[in-house]
Design a protein around this ligand. Sequence first.
Ligand code: SAH
Length: 465
Amino acid sequence: MLLKITTTHHPATDLGFLLHKHPQRLQSFDLSFGRAHVFYPEASVDCCSACLLLDVDPLAMVRRSGRSGRGLLGHYVNDRPYVASSFLSVAIARVFGTALAGRCRERPELAATPIPLEARVDVLPVRGGGGFLDRIFTPLGYAVEAVRYALDDQFPRWGPSPYYSVTIRATKTLAELLTHLYVLVPVFDNDKHYYVGGDELEKLLAKGAGWLAGHPEKDFITRRYLLHRPSLYREALARLVEEEQEPLADDEPESREPEPALEAAISLNEQRMGAVLAALRSSGARTVLDLGCGEGHLLGELVRDRHFERIVGLDVSLRALENAHKRLGLERMPQRQAQRVNLIHGSLIYRDRRLEGFDAAVLAEVVEHLDPPRLVALERVVFEFARPKTVIVTTPNRQYNVQWESVGADRLRHGDHRFEWTRQEFRQWAERVAGRYGYTVRFLPVGPEDETLGPPTQMGVFQRA
Ligand code: SAH
């Protein structure tokens, strides 16, 4: 079983510092179930690869023979020595423990810097089908490549095996990559070589901090990681839900920083707000929801216009709501005016009765902050349950990004964006949603329109039929 980690960061040989293993040496480590070897097949300034080769001793396994359930023959004849499994996780923690913890004495700043990384695993058992590879790795930002092997080349009739050579690529810190492998390899394998109890739950929550709670497959990952033990996974999932509320709330304002800066030159924010206000006014709406209101820029404009009688801003980020409260100066406002505005804490992926009975809802630069599987929940919350007469959605036009040197064609405008749509993708989404929930939709450009690329921001105005 082989794990190969490659970087093209410059100088790539810094990988040796990050892993605390010298690129010019072969090192071996004794583990309770066999030996681990670390070596570098390539170590140049442009590209450096480190390999972790696991030599699992099947006899040592039999002697330990804790949880097995493989039957007598299965004790001796099984795939364990050849596949990535919980043995690999243990080896990562033992051999690359410092890197896994994100520490590095020689290059502390590099340990905290996302660098281009690739990890290849030969071979990974994926129980339940290769579809899981994408479902698990893609939301974490990895590009996945996988080759599935036949059970036996000589007997094609036996069909495919559960074994894959898997390569994942992303720009991440090395600690993130190792942590994801550490947690997820046994999840794909759906097994563990040791007893799973309460410690394992704590380990999962610690190693999953910052990414597991928001993962669309967190149920699946948690159940499998805890070997389907109901008492453990129920508690883990309950605690993950608590966690999910918090980090989102805290992260948001910081990660929002670059967005306004980037767009400042053309004051796209103002143009967007103007376009939204115009659409709201022409819809005749008097009661308005600002969903994902952020720090309340639009709310400020709405309050100033007497025409709007009831204004509610909702956001998942408590910090954003606090800032909105300050920006609006709700305390200092005359009571009559302040009564028209309400800030509420909530998430757009859960049905919320407080959102019912409004004339219009605005989703300004919000949909792209949701993972695609959650977007489906948002669609129902807004169009099926809240069901205002008018819904205004603005979102970046990805095609326009090449116009900005600091973004370019391959990147998204903002670290928290989960996707950005081309004009066609937005149209397809909007038309599908409109058709499904009984709305019509028209599209309007926002900002200076490029002849071929279109406008920087796209807006859809949905009208209930
Ligand atoms: N509408 C504002 C803010 C856009 S930034 C503007 O145009 O300036 C996106 C906002 O959506 C953030 O404030 C973020 O906290 C919020 N958000 C992200 N996911 C959310 C969810 N599931 N429910 C509610 N708000 C969410």
